[in-house]
Design a protein around this ligand. Structure first.
Ligand code: ZN
Length: 69
């Protein structure tokens, strides 16, 4: 693999764990649901659940360009 920006072949890989951001609409929905007793039973487990996904990045050691693999 070579860098798309500078064409260099000095590439290092790094794997990071990213947490997915909660959307504004989701928060509004949570608040709305939390107003009801039944909603609370749905919201609490959702809040406690950690949403993370692992992403591997390739980093060019020559120019610093970073992209997802
Ligand atoms: Zn590069």
């Amino acid at each position: 693999m070579v860098c798309k920006k500078c064409g260099g072949s000095d590439i290092q890989y790094q794997t990071v764990s990213e947490s997915r951001g909660t959307g504004c609409l989701t928060i509004c929905l949570y608040i709305l649901l939390a107003c009801t007793v039944l909603g609370l039973l749905i919201v609490i487990p959702l809040m406690l659940r950690k949403k993370t996904n692992t992403v591997t990045y390739a980093v060019c050691q020559n120019c610093g360009h970073r992209w997802k693999v």
